[in-house]
Design a protein around this ligand. Structure first.
Ligand SMILES: Nc1ncnc2c1ncn2[C@@H]1O[C@H](COP(=O)(O)OP(=O)(O)O)[C@@H](O)[C@H]1O
Ligand SMILES: [Mg+2]
Length: 426
């Protein structure tokens, strides 16, 4: 029989009606530390995509019977290991029969308490594991452990001050918030790392401790070194003294990233602007690079150079997403000009919000927590949803529900002239 420990980390996708995504049993499941709700969706097609993408242990469907029936057959086709469990509004023998013959592994009847549900879901997994054992197949969670390497998201600003650390900290907290994932945030901006300041965290244990014990990193060491943030994100702080990072090698960096990605669904890395061995190692390990820039010529010039450098060093273009911070900007260049000049699409923009971002930085609270309703916080949440694999519009020229800001003409002639100058290689 599976132990509590073996059962931890149950990976679940939930499909519910679009207007009933915040039912108590759903939020209850999301708050359980032994459950990883990978996606909670109100659109059937999106739900199937999430099942295909995440290959969860359990798909929970709370929809009308006909829709559950249809979804089951598609879900089993795209994710054969996933166990589908249906949720019905009331006892209905005819519906139960239909769903059982369509392949539902259990049928839960409302009203539901998430703890009871969890017990039922664990039982479903245990039964399946017992069957798999008889058939000589590996247990479901063992399968998951083999492929559950976390995604490494490296955030880099090729010019200091463009917002790399602001993006990394808010993205990590937003990833935890939107998906309840296990998230680590590592400050590889080694000499003057300020993740700790932005999150109001301090510890005498830092990345340096992992670097010196890089070949013996285990759960105990990580527990001592990672600092828990109130959001649930675990933070690896940069060394307290700049000289401590002097001799860090790519081998050490790789060992640290490997240890983190085997324990966390997402490892968000903030790094400095140098393209040195440390950054190169991080880039090579990254599933996704977020290149942060602002709509100003010096930052754009560096971004173009960084993109060209990535191409030369084998970082695949598809792995690099441009994040345009502090855009739109009254005096900045246009989105079209930026994309043309960089020859790379802008994946997301984050508006400038001096008062909120400065308040947040000074208080040591990420803006997604201090001002969750602000346009900039909403943009971070959308960026996190995109990083987590959701299809979401991440470019916005104005706050949700508000009129678009009237931007003064961004002096396009001068901006184009300067971009053109660089483009022609002079
Ligand atoms: N979207 C934004 N709106 C307003 N201020 C911002 C925004 N993003 C970053 N800042 C500010 O810009 C400065 C540099 O940000 P930071 O994240 O430290 O950049 P980097 O890590 O690239 O050096 C900080 O003072 C920060 O508060
Ligand atoms: Mg920084």
């Amino acid at each position: 029989m599976a132990t509590q420990n073996q059962m931890s980390g149950l990976r679940i996708v939930i499909i519910a009606p679009a207007d009933a995504l915040d039912q108590d049993w759903i939020t209850g499941l999301q708050s359980e530390s032994s459950v990883n709700v990978l996606a909670r969706v109100g659109v059937l097609q999106r739900g199937i995509e999430a099942v295909q993408q995440h290959q969860p242990n359990i798909l929970l469907i709370d929809r009308p019977v006909e829709q559950i029936e249809e979804t089951l057959s598609v879900a089993y086709a795209v994710a054969p290991q996933t166990l589908c469990v249906a949720v019905l509004p009331q006892q209905d023998m005819a519906a139960v029969r239909r769903l059982v013959s369509a392949g539902a592994r259990d049928i839960l009847i409302k009203p539901l308490h998430h703890r009871d549900m969890l017990a039922s879901l664990r039982q479903v997994v245990q039964m399946e594991d017992a069957r798999r054992q008889r058939a000589g197949q590996p247990a479901l969670l063992a399968l998951q452990q083999r492929k559950a390497l976390g995604k490494v998201i490296v955030v880099m600003g090729p010019k200091g001050g463009v917002g790399s650390t602001t993006v990394a900290t808010n993205l990590a907290v937003a990833l935890k918030h939107v998906g309840g994932h296990d998230v680590a945030l590592a400050d590889f901006s080694l000499q003057f790392g300020d993740v700790g300041v932005l999150l109001n965290l301090w510890s005498k244990h830092t990345l340096h401790d992992l670097a010196i014990h890089y070949d013996t990193i285990d759960d105990g060491l990580l527990d001592r070194v990672l600092v828990p943030h109130a959001s649930g994100v675990k933070v690896l702080l940069a060394p307290g003294e700049p000289e401590l990072s002097a001799d860090m090698s790519g081998v050490q960096v790789n060992a640290i990233i490997k240890a983190l990605r085997s324990r966390f669904a997402y490892v968000v890395v903030d790094c400095w602007s140098f393209l040195d061995e440390i950054t190169e190692t991080l880039m090579a390990a990254a599933d996704q690079v977020l290149l942060v820039t602002t709509p100003e010529i010096p930052a754009l010039k560096n971004s173009k150079q960084a993109l060209e450098y990535f191409t030369r060093h084998g970082v695949h273009k598809d792995h690099v997403a441009l994040v345009l911070n502090r855009f739109p900007s009254v005096k900045g260049v246009t989105l079209q000009d930026i994309q043309q000049h960089l020859r790379h699409p802008v994946q997301a923009n984050l508006p400038s919000d001096g008062p909120a971002v400065t308040y947040a930085a000074n208080k040591g609270i990420p803006v997604v927590q201090s001002h969750p309703q602000s346009w900039v916080a909403q943009s971070f949440l959308k960026l996190a949803a995109w990083v987590a694999g959701d299809t979401v519009e991440t470019i916005s020229q104005g706050p949700a529900g508000a009129a678009l800001p009237t931007l003064a003409e961004p002096k396009p002639v001068k901006a184009k002239w300067r971009l053109g100058l660089r483009k022609s290689g002079s």
